[in-house]
Unconditional design. Structure first.
Length: 314
């Protein structure tokens, strides 16, 4: 196995600074005094009142609030972004105090600082359009994260990744070396990787690998799931004579292409399009769908329940 690593250059440090500057929202408020609260729980009266009253009594100012009730499951979902003058030093106290509210309403919840950069690893194979889109958006400050590494079973991405000052690891994989390579991947990822993005990584992860990172692996599948699961979806779509092709970003589970769907989009085609046309058109759909899903995950806009998601997208 060949591995190439590059430490961050001065240019990379400048890009990180630009990203931090770009993180200010349009009102001029900085993310440094903000936190987010995500809640999912059985639906019942008084949830919104209890949460907002708690935040008000703690001296917090609510900046964004979204909620959704699912009648079919009797579940309630909420995302709140709030500010507090000393939120960084008071976060643990806020979490401890909110626990009593959470117990009362049987909540699954998390409270995190807005300015905490999630650590992201990107896996890729030969096709680089999704990776390139992520790198461009990250460089522009549209993806607030630290891209800690790019891992590939081919070396096609090495030169591109090197220009961004990001460590690149070339780990060739075969049926015989799959478990060995996955063990090395887990070693590289460590315990502090928040998200793994499969940006057209054309390898099926083992169930053991997928289960080690629940709701922390996002894949882009080049079809409008649940249609054309697995290999060669464009070829099979062409054979079927479809009039729409699409792409799906979803969380990875042990079941192939069956995890909770985060985002999808489609493009209309006609009888004049050949397989290569479908692939060319599909690349644009894939890159935008994946980038949106990653952005929403980084901004804590995606809540899961069973095999479905609630996405509080802007």
């Amino acid at each position: 196995m060949n591995e190439v690593t590059d430490s961050a250059s001065d240019a990379q440090k400048c890009r990180n600074l630009e990203t931090s500057v770009a993180f200010n929202d349009h009102s001029g408020r900085s993310g440094n005094n903000r936190a987010r609260l995500l809640v999912s729980c059985p639906d019942r009266p008084g949830i919104i009142a209890a949460v907002t009253q708690f935040l008000a009594s703690a001296g917090c100012n609510i900046l964004e609030a979204d909620q959704h009730t699912s009648p079919s499951t009797a579940m309630f979902f909420m995302r709140i972004e709030f500010e507090h003058d000393a939120v960084s030093s008071h976060l643990q106290t806020l979490r401890g105090d909110f626990a009593s509210v959470a117990v009362q309403f049987e909540m699954n919840w998390q409270m995190e600082l807005v300015n905490r950069r999630k650590r992201v690893a990107v896996f890729v194979s030969k096709e680089l359009h999704c990776l390139t889109e992520l790198l461009w958006q990250w460089q522009a400050g549209d993806l607030f994260a630290d891209i800690s590494m790019v891992v590939s079973n081919h070396n096609a991405a090495e030169e591109t990744v090197r220009t961004f000052g990001i460590p690149f690891y070339h780990l060739p994989i075969s049926r015989e070396t799959k478990l060995q390579v996955e063990a090395r991947q887990r070693e590289l990822l460590g315990a502090d990787t928040d998200l793994i993005v499969l940006a057209r990584y054309m390898q099926i992860l083992s169930p053991e690998f997928a289960e080690r990172f629940p709701r922390r692996i996002i894949n882009i599948h080049h079809s409008f799931l649940p249609s054309f699961i697995g290999k060669q979806p464009y070829e099979r779509a062409f054979e079927r004579g479809v009039k729409l092709i699409g792409a799906t970003a979803h969380y990875v589970t042990a079941d192939l292409d069956a995890g909770p769907i985060i985002e999808q989009d489609v493009h209309r085609i006609t009888h004049r399009h050949e397989v290569d046309d479908l692939k060319r058109i599909g690349r644009l759909v894939e890159r935008t769908v994946l980038a949106r899903a990653v952005k929403w995950h980084l901004e804590d806009r995606v809540l899961t329940h069973g095999n479905k998601t609630v996405v509080f997208a802007q």
